[in-house]
Design a binder for this molecule. Structure first.
Ligand code: 13P
Length: 258
């Protein structure tokens, strides 16, 4: 898999709607094994959606999970519970988890470790707020989130992680980072990964862009060297737009074989 187009349904859809989406997407997706497709869905429908996706190229993941195995954690779901549904991945540290639910880099780190222990693909979400960007703190924020999120994780495990760069100011606002700004931030994140694990691992790491990705801007984003996929919110709720995004056309400007 050379790139990954991921959808994040957030707090949307019924079970029936989720299953219908997957059935439709299965019929529309191009058969290209180098392109991964992942749907991160509410825990209520994880099992139904994972069952519907079984045998297809579509991976299913949770939008979050707790790091503990079991116990008195009312309202939470464990990594084993996520696996039990048939899901194979999870988002970790989405900015909505960080901002609304106060999730820290330490918690994010524990969740990544728990996902890896259970063989789930963790998608580590990072990104700066507008205030931080305007104060020139982009690199400092990415560095704190990457170092904090990956603390104590071996290179072997780090090679099983996907990073999603989602500038908070671009999420749900219709304001996409320009392809060049996004690519610059991805290059920065890649350099920070290289500082921790070396250039070879960093070059192989998939870094997705998220924040108002739509059918009409995906191609120009995917043409950038450091962008290996997308994490899509609003435009992943409609099967037509998510299909178009997943079947993006690479301009061939880069040498990425996307
Ligand atoms: P939008 O695509 O709606 O901006 O959401 C992005 C996002 O938060 C995906 O995780």
């Amino acid at each position: 898999m050379k790139n990954l187009m991921a959808g994040n349904w957030k707090m949307h859809k019924t079970i029936a709607e989720g299953v219908a989406f997957v059935n439709e997407l299965k019929a529309q997706l191009q058969d290209r094994p180098e392109r991964g497709v992942l749907l991160c869905v509410p825990s209520t429908m994880l099992h139904a959606v994972a069952t519907a996706a079984k045998g297809s190229a579509i991976m299913v993941g949770s939008e979050d999970m707790y790091f503990e195995e079991k116990g008195a954690f009312t309202g939470e779901i464990s990594p084993s519970m996520v696996k039990d549904t048939g899901a194979t991945a999870t988002l970790v540290g989405h900015s909505e988890r960080r901002v609304i639910f106060g999730e820290t880099d330490l918690v994010v780190n524990k969740k990544i470790k728990a996902a890896l222990t259970h063989g789930l693909l963790p998608v580590l979400c990072i990104g700066e707020s507008l205030e931080e960007r305007e104060a020139g703190k982009l690199e400092a924020v990415l560095s704190t989130q990457i170092k904090g999120g990956l603390e104590g994780i071996s290179a072997a495990d780090a090679s099983k992680i996907v990073i999603a760069y989602e500038p908070v100011w671009a999420i749900g606002t219709g304001k996409t980072a320009s392809p060049q700004d996004a690519d610059d931030a991805h290059a920065m994140a890649r350099k920070l990964v290289a500082n921790l694990y070396g250039q070879e691992l960093a070059d192989k790491m998939m870094i997705l862009y998220g924040g108002s990705v739509k059918a009409d801007n995906v191609d120009e984003l995917m043409a950038m060297k450091n962008i290996n996929g997308a994490l899509v919110g609003g435009a992943a709720l409609e099967v037509e737009s998510f299909t178009r995004i997943s079947n993006f056309t690479c301009s061939g400007k880069c040498s990425c074989s996307k």
